[in-house]
Ligand binder design. Structure first.
Ligand code: ADP
Ligand code: ASP
Ligand code: MG
Length: 417
């Protein structure tokens, strides 16, 4: 069971969580619980690091930000004990959760589950802080924002759990963010592949890496709400959204529990920034000169457009990077101005990416054209496009994000009645 930040925000809410956990354990289940820091706490800690030193050392950043989850894991263990349950916390270094040393964006290598399994077998509820681990050098690491989802899936895989229930502040995965579109529809099931794509284009309900891990390890994941009353349907009856394999999805569709749509979901991401380099030489190697240094600096480039040369032998190149990497990307490119041979660098972080995702588009033409036409009808200008087998993304002005999501949700027939 994993509980996110909103679910853990304060004594009252932690008591509600403890009750959900107690009920699951009272079912006769052995339970491990992974918790997030209280909502807003990680942001607060990140700000302290920035104030202390704008060019902070990621290793010390990890020491600071990992503390949020230490607090909530201890508090949940205490609250469970107050309800008469046997419970104890297991910090990342105690299990341990081994990760690579990449501070602030570490990846879990393996989790030692022996002590955990022994304690659970003895009837103790295990409470594990999400987001944190320990690197090869013995120092604390964190997994990147939203990383508690990944901790939960990794723990589930390590102990061979029957299921990994991700409790959050919405009752499942919807056709789009229900906070933006009131008519968004809750899905009974979503495939790993679709969820992976949705998460990677901005649906923050699950961290991308957690979905990749669940897919690789075959962990059964359910997304459900912790904000329920005493009469709530038990988690075992699967009231939330199940993340399933393509085969399981075929079965669900065959049994008539769901209808397959060409588009499963719509996501948006406002954390992108656009860079335009003007008058780049139009010759072999020019593009490599731009993107190699960015790749070496681990800056992910997403959409790329190379315009048709307007003057003989010159062209403009437009691309997007995560907003947080924009200053670094700009500095890197400025340093290589001579080498690359561009004239001007223009940046714009007032852009957003809106994406439509669905396995159904593999076998159905026209998904992209519906997208372009519906946006055009509302006067929304498309600045860049990228596609994969099961996704179409467009970059638009940030101010038009919510409108675009709503228009597309209607256009693909996803609105609830
Ligand atoms: P937690 O703190 O529990 O990890 P998050 O804030 O990370 O929760 O994720 C839950 C939020 O994800 C929801 O409140 C919702 O606004 C957002 N969200 C975005 N896209 C979707 C979607 N397709 N379905 C459900 N929630 C979504
Ligand atoms: N507390 C961490 C964050 O906000 C991890 C998590 O909640 O998933 O990013
Ligand atoms: Mg989250």
């Amino acid at each position: 069971m994993k509980f996110g930040g909103t679910s853990m925000a304060g004594t009252e809410r932690i008591r509600r969580v403890a009750n959900i956990v107690r009920k699951q354990a009272a079912n006769g289940d052995q339970v491990a619980v992974v918790v997030s820091a209280m909502a807003g706490e990680t942001d607060r800690l990140v700000n302290f690091c920035r104030e202390a030193n704008p060019l902070y050392d990621p290793a010390e950043y990890d020491v600071v930000v990992a503390s949020g989850e230490q607090v909530t894991s201890g508090l949940l263990a205490l609250t469970l004990q107050a309800l008469g349950c046997k419970a104890r916390s297991w910090l990342g270094w105690q299990l341990p959760v081994h990760t690579v040393e990449a501070h602030a964006k570490a990846r879990i290598e393996d989790i030692d589950s022996d002590a955990l399994l022994a304690s659970m077998a003895a009837g103790e509820i295990a409470v594990i802080p999400g987001f944190q681990g320990i690197g090869g050098d013995g120092r604390v690491t964190t997994l990147g924002r939203g990383g508690s989802d990944t901790s939960a899936v990794a723990v589930a895989a390590a102990i061979g759990a029957d299921r990994c229930d991700i409790y959050t502040d919405v009752d499942g995965v919807y056709t789009t963010d229900p906070r933006i579109v009131a008519k968004a529809r809750k899905q009974k099931a979503v495939t790993y592949e679709e969820m992976l794509e949705l998460a990677s284009v901005g649906a923050k309900v699950l961290q991308t890496r957690s979905v990749g891990l669940a897919m690789k390890e075959g962990v059964r994941v359910q997304v459900l709400s912790s904000f329920t009353g005493d009469d709530a349907v038990p988690a075992d009856e699967l009231p939330g959204t199940m993340i399933v394999s393509e085969e399981e999805m075929e079965q669900i569709l065959e049994d008539g529990h769901m209808e397959r749509q060409h588009v499963t979901g719509i996501a948006h991401d406002k954390n992108e920034a656009k860079i335009i380099l003007t008058r780049v030489p139009d010759k072999p190697g020019a593009v490599a000169n731009i993107f190699s240094p960015l790749a070496d600096a681990s800056i992910n480039v997403d959409m790329i457009i190379q315009n048709v040369g307007r003057d003989k032998g010159e062209t403009d190149v437009t691309f997007t990077v995560p907003q947080t990497d924009l200053p670094r990307a700009q500095a890197l490119l400025e340093d290589r101005r001579e080498d690359i041979g561009f004239n001007r660098i223009i940046t714009d972080s007032h852009v957003a990416k809106v994406s439509v995702v669905g396995v159904g588009m593999k076998s159905h033409a026209g998904v992209a054209s519906t997208m372009f036409k519906s946006l055009a009808d509302r006067g929304i200008n498309i600045q860049a496009i990228s596609t994969s087998e099961i996704k179409v993304s467009v970059m638009i002005d940030e101010d038009e994000t919510e409108l675009a999501v709503r228009v597309l949700h209607t256009a693909y027939g996803l609105d609830a009645d």
